[in-house]
Design a protein around this ligand. Sequence first.
Ligand SMILES: [Fe+2]
Length: 111
Amino acid sequence: MAEFIKPFPGLIPDRPMTKHELVRAIRMDLAAELEATHLYTAHAEATDDKLAKMILQSIAEEEQVHAGEFMRLLEILDPREKPAVDAGREEVNKIACQLVGSYDIKGLKCQ
Ligand SMILES: [Fe+2]
């Protein structure tokens, strides 16, 4: 679980961040967005209040967009990011192709 008490855990905050530190900070920001998505979804599922449920679900969806923004930013800031993420996607696709018929995955091309 990410540590959110310190804004720059493991980093030096009294100067502009280096590119490497920025990448690490964005990873923390991404983790925070994913954690927020989980938290708001859990709270939405745990309440019977219709307004609160709708607002929490809406905000959870916004957090997913924020997570996507951070993921894209990481691809731009760290050239190692996209190949690693693509490799992970390919591993899942290979396994999903072994289960053809079990899942309807848009864009999945199996050989
Ligand atoms: Fe957010």
